[in-house]
Ligand binder design. Structure first.
Ligand code: PLP
Length: 391
């Protein structure tokens, strides 16, 4: 019976310690959230700059909703596209210093769209082993030949580019790796792309708004610019809204517009969100203090946990992983923190490799110094207890 088969498979997920549960947050996103009537300090959002509930962003959306309504009613290539989309695309291209940008409804769709638009069965994609699921799915859907290179290994990639060729070649990488927080070696990757006539598809979901001068992302962080760069920025993380964009050379962006099925066959993003992103972009650009505060929190967290085992991963970004190993250990630690009113997600396979379950701490400029101190105090206890329990 099909229902028994489905129930068996669900039970297997449970036995492996891989059942996922959603929290139903009450009220807006922020550093303190209510769940089932209890208040928690939360370290689980990607709202790095604290803009998801910013009054100016909210106001821009409300005003735009009154003017433009809510729904776009159609895809971009029918009647869903608007002057607001055009204006935001220009603003985003200007912000990341690229010739042209194209809006998508989500980063997931943007990544799948870019890779499938640029690569097909006759082409080769070189993909970092720790890339985000949306990049992996894009590569699979493209049916290109795949070379998966060890995480951040520029030498391996260099040899691979020298040995396998043919067709279009795409190197594909996260800018800031979403579960480890480390930054991709962009200058080295771009240099290889230059030497081997390849393009670099950079998914900067966690770099946009956070890294570089004015938050212009990981290319700005490295002062790296190249016509070979195909940049994907997402607008639901540091920008605090929703959606994504692809930026790059005009012909590349036009190819994505013409070919990406995740662009063509979906309803256009509401124009009211374009207005919200424009307001958010202004704050990202102007409020350097948000990034300074974020950097201060990252420094405090590392300092306060410098003598705690296990060590934090090597990350200078707001994503700070504490790798615990077994799924049960990560779940226990997250549970112990939750009892103390602190939410940190336990991340398990397949989101991370087998045996590397972890707590993924995400910091925000909206946190206070006291929030960080509370987190580190509770982590210290949870790690000590966990080491005993799992010894
Ligand atoms: C969140 C994320 C995405 C997906 O972006 P959405 O806009 O949430 O769909 C893509 N890549 C990375 C690395 C991410 O962390």
């Amino acid at each position: 019976m099909i229902f028994e088969l489905i129930a068996d498979r669900l039970a297997a997920i449970g036995r492996a310690g891989l059942m996922r549960r959603r929290l139903a947050r009450e009220g807006a996103q922020g550093p303190r959230i209510r769940v089932e009537g209890r208040e928690y300090v939360a370290f689980c959002s990607n709202d790095y700059l604290g803009l998801a509930n910013h009054p100016r962003v909210v106001e821009a959306a409300v005003v735009a909703a009154r003017r433009h309504g809510i729904g776009q009613g159609a895809s971009h290539l029918l009647s869903g596209h608007s002057a607001e989309h055009d204006r935001l695309e220009s603003a985003l291209a200007e912000f990341v210093r690229m010739p042209r940008a194209l809006l998508f409804s989500s980063g997931y769709q943007a990544n799948i769209g870019v890779i499938t638009a640029l690569a097909g069965p006759e082409d080769v994609v070189y993909s970092d082993a720790l890339n985000h699921a949306s990049l992996i799915d894009g590569v699979r859907l493209s049916r290109a030949q795949v070379v998966r290179y060890p995480h951040g290994d520029v030498d391996f990639l260099s040899r691979a580019l020298a040995s396998y060729g043919g067709g279009t070649r795409l190197v594909v990488t996260d800018g800031v790796f979403s579960m480890d927080g480390d930054i991709a070696p962009l200058p080295g990757l771009l240099d290889l792309c230059e030497r081997h006539d390849a393009l670099l598809v950079l998914d900067d979901a966690h770099g946009f708004g956070v890294l570089g001068p004015e938050g212009r992302g990981s290319p700005a962080y490295f002062s790296a610019q190249s016509p070979r760069l195909v940049y994907v920025g997402t607008l639901g993380k540091a920008a605090g809204v929703s959606g994504a964009f692809v930026a790059g050379a005009p012909d590349i962006v036009e190819t994505v517009l013409q070919r990406a099925r995740t662009y063509i066959y979906t309803t256009a993003t509401p124009a009211l969100l374009c207005a919200a992103v424009e307001a958010s972009l202004q704050l990202i650009r102007d409020d350097e203090w948000r990034r300074e505060r974020l950097r201060a929190h990252i420094g405090s967290l590392k300092r306060l946990l410098s003598d705690v085992e296990p060590r934090l991963g090597r990350s200078d970004t707001p994503i700070q992983p504490l790798v615990l190993g077994a799924n049960a250990r990560a779940l226990d630690a997250a549970g112990a923190l939750r009892e103390r009113g602190i939410l940190v997600p336990a991340i398990r396979p397949p989101t991370v490799p087998e045996g590397t379950a972890r707590l993924r701490i995400s910091l925000s400029a909206a946190h206070s110094e006291e929030d960080i101190a509370r987190l580190t105090g509770a982590l210290r206890e949870a790690c000590a207890r966990g080491a005993e329990a799992h010894a």
